[in-house]
Structure formats: structure tokens, C-alpha cells
Design a protein around this ligand. Structure first.
Ligand SMILES: [Ca+2]
Length: 78
């Protein structure tokens, strides 16, 4: 009886913890891995340099937003 109560409490705590921690990790994974120095949302929607404040940041090979038009690895140089 007491063990059952303990498990119920443990599951309730775990559920609460998951509900609190999931939005945070979802927000982190929402940053596109193509731009490791800045947090730019995943495409779509396709963003332009005018839509973000970051300038001269590293761009990895896959460039879903096409911030690096001249392909030198630096995005939004101007
Ligand atoms: Ca460039």
C-alpha cells in the first residue's frame, strides 16, 4: 500500500519534471545546427539577413536560410 503510494508520487514528480523540462529542450533544438554561433530558428520559414540581428556568423555547409550567398562560411557579412 505504502509502496504503491510512493510509486504514484514518483510518477507524478517525473511527469511534472518532464512537462517543465521539455519546452526548454524543444526551444534549444529549435536553433538551426547550420549556424553554431547564433540561435537562428530552423527553416521553414526561410529567413533573410534583414529578419535577424546577427552579422558575420559562421555558416556550416548546409545553409537552409542561404545567409551565405558567396559560400565563404560567413553569413550576413553586410
Ligand atoms: Ca559569405
Amino acid at each position: 500500500m505504502l509502496v504503491k503510494l510512493f510509486y504514484g508520487l514518483a510518477i507524478a514528480l517525473l511527469t511534472t519534471w518532464v512537462m517543465i523540462s521539455v519546452p526548454v529542450s524543444a526551444q534549444q533544438s529549435n536553433c538551426s545546427p547550420a549556424y553554431p554561433d547564433v540561435c537562428i530558428p530552423l527553416a521553414p520559414p526561410d529567413l533573410d539577413c534583414g529578419d535577424i540581428s546577427a552579422r558575420r556568423f559562421r555558416v556550416l555547409q548546409l545553409d537552409p536560410h542561404r545567409f551565405d550567398g558567396d559560400k565563404d562560411g560567413i553569413g550576413c557579412e553586410q
